[in-house]
Design a protein around this ligand. Structure first.
Ligand code: NI
Length: 182
């Protein structure tokens, strides 16, 4: 039997808290959870397993979504058909970002938000993220387009922010000439 992650729903107030900086070495439970998150995110993006295990497709998760207030994010990005790349960043920080903004035209989704939320979420088109890998080694990642959106979405979770907080309630959609829609 496949045991699914227990992902908190948006109604859970923990999701509105600020996660804490992490120190090294990481305990074994955290390493195991990171593995499990990577596995489930990958399976959720493969149609056969998505159906078989009744998963919601997702590209990223933050530890707080599993009820643990630690600054750890996991992203599994399908770089090309069937080729997945895993990113695990501990204590991530956006150290620089482009002036250009983008938004996912179809809007964003979140594994903690079990409903459709319409609207464009403005994000930086390109960012540089620093942080640490699971061994405590400093890392630096440059991300653009969808991957940049994924990083900004997950880092927001560490600060208690959900994607729809960033949708303008009065004007939820941008025009083509206001922001680049991807
Ligand atoms: Ni999310």
């Amino acid at each position: 039997m496949y045991k699914k992650l227990n992902i908190l729903d948006e109604k859970n107030k923990l999701l509105r808290q600020i996660s804490h900086e992490v120190t090294f070495p990481l305990p074994k439970e955290d390493l195991e959870l990171i593995d499990k998150m990577q596995e489930e995110l990958k399976l959720s993006q493969i149609e056969e397993y998505e159906k078989k295990y009744n998963l919601r497709p997702g590209t990223g998760l933050a530890f707080v979504q599993l009820g643990i207030l630690k600054r750890i994010i996991v992203i599994v990005d399908e770089e090309s058909e069937g080729i997945f790349r895993n990113y695990v960043v501990i204590n991530p920080k956006i150290i620089s970002y482009s002036e250009e903004l983008i938004a996912a035209d179809a809007g964003e989704g979140c594994l903690s938000v079990n409903r459709e939320v319409d609207g464009h979420v403005p994000r930086y088109a390109r960012i540089t993220v620093t942080g640490f890998d699971i061994h405590g080694k400093p890392i630096k990642i440059r991300a653009r387009e969808e991957l940049a959106i994924a990083f900004q979405h997950e880092i927001d979770h560490l600060n208690g922010i959900l994607f729809y907080d960033r949708i303008n309630k009065k004007k939820p959609f941008f025009g083509e000439n206001e922001i680049r829609l991807i």
